[in-house]
Design a protein around this ligand. Structure first.
Ligand code: ADP
Ligand SMILES: N[C@@H](CCOP(=O)(O)O)C(=O)O
Length: 318
């Protein structure tokens, strides 16, 4: 459950008046998600998402995220824009938090995608990268190699309470990646969190790509590696599904071919992707209060992926 901030009905109704979308009919908190508070809002003039930004989203980054959504939507990508109120304002304050009223996109996020659905997602990611070639704003990745070191330091040996040997495995992996992290691959703004829950689909068609709040300037192919790590495994990270992994990369290549250097780097990039989610999940695991209305995500599900990528670099060529 991710509703951290309660919005009183009167405040919601007054907010909608500013947008000229008719009177409020109903609204309810959305259970999915972990970062922000999201409400599904029904007004006379349609259905919307109200997002209140919490935790990791810095309000100063919102103009970047909203410009990114507008850029992609202008180029026909299925991403939701933040609406402008009657005075042209996109970023509001609701219940004391920065907030945006966002277009509702149809579709469902999948728990057990098929290879065809993975192919369509890979293709959507490639189209997105193509559309971002002329997007000039930048945002540093606070969850890149330097950020992993910092986060690992903050987690410290408390990680060993999750599983013995955890902190040593992380230290070993950081040393491995420090020595091999590629320096000269093409860079771009990337989504950086394209998990199945951030892709809305109807059948085999991608109807929405959402949750751009980790988007940043990074090695472009790292986005492919992140998506591979998120889609290619059972939820607990124990089983790799080669058909899904292959379809995802093929779909991406059909829209935006990887260079030889990018392709060769995928095994290392994927280890970095698995490490990134292992660390953020470990931090949340150790620091989420027991009474928080959010389901913690299992760090071991990504530690297992990390071990898989370390043992099977050939999974990107097989
Ligand atoms: N634009 C949208 N259209 C339809 N549903 C959305 C939209 N944005 C968010 N949602 C719904 O809200 C859920 C949580 O949104 P998400 O952005 O992933 O939250 P968080 O940032 O907290 O992870 C999604 O899984 C989806 O069900
Ligand atoms: N995708 C990340 C956590 C971020 O959650 P999201 O709901 O905002 O995608 C993970 O699975 O660790």
């Amino acid at each position: 459950m991710a509703v951290y901030t309660h919005v009183p009905a009167e405040e919601m109704a007054a907010l909608l008046m500013r947008y000229g979308v008719g009177a409020l009919r109903s609204f309810k908190g959305i259970a999915e998600g972990v970062e922000n508070s999201n409400y599904l809002v029904e007004a006379e003039g349609g259905r919307f998402i109200l997002t209140l930004y919490e935790k990791r989203v810095d309000a100063g980054d919102l103009p970047f995220f909203l410009a990114l959504l507008d850029h992609l939507a202008d180029r026909g990508l299925p991403v939701p824009r933040a609406l402008k109120d009657g005075e042209g304002v996109q970023i509001q304050t609701v219940a004391g938090r920065p907030a945006c009223l966002i277009e509702f996109l149809e579709g469902v996020s999948l728990s057990h995608p098929t290879p065809e659905q993975a192919r369509a997602t890979g293709q959507a990611l490639g189209q997105m990268h193509g559309a971002l070639a002329d997007f000039t704003p930048e945002r540093p990745n606070t969850l890149g190699l330097a950020g992993w070191h910092e986060l690992a330091g903050r987690c410290g040996t408390a990680m060993d309470e999750i599983v013995p040997g955890f902190s040593a495995r992380i230290a070993e992996e950081l040393a491995f990646l420090d020595a091999r992290w590629p320096a000269d691959l093409p860079r771009s703004v990337i989504h950086a969190d394209l998990f199945p829950d951030n892709v809305l689909m109807l059948g085999d068609r991608v109807t929405g790509v959402i949750d751009f709040y980790f988007a940043c300037s990074e090695i472009r192919a790292w986005d492919v590696a992140v998506t591979h790590s998120a889609w290619g495994f059972s939820a607990d990270g124990r089983d790799y599904d080669a058909a899904i992994g292959r379809a995802l990369i093929e779909g991406y290549q059909a829209a935006h071919p990887l260079t030889d250097a990018e392709r060769a780097a995928l095994p290392i990039l994927a280890r970095g992707a698995a490490l990134r989610f292992t660390l953020t999940r470990a931090w949340d695991w150790l620091n989420t209060p027991a009474d928080a209305l959010v389901t913690r995500k299992d760090p071991l599900a990504f530690l297992r992926r990390l071990d898989f990528y370390a043992q099977h670099p050939e999974c990107f060529t097989a």
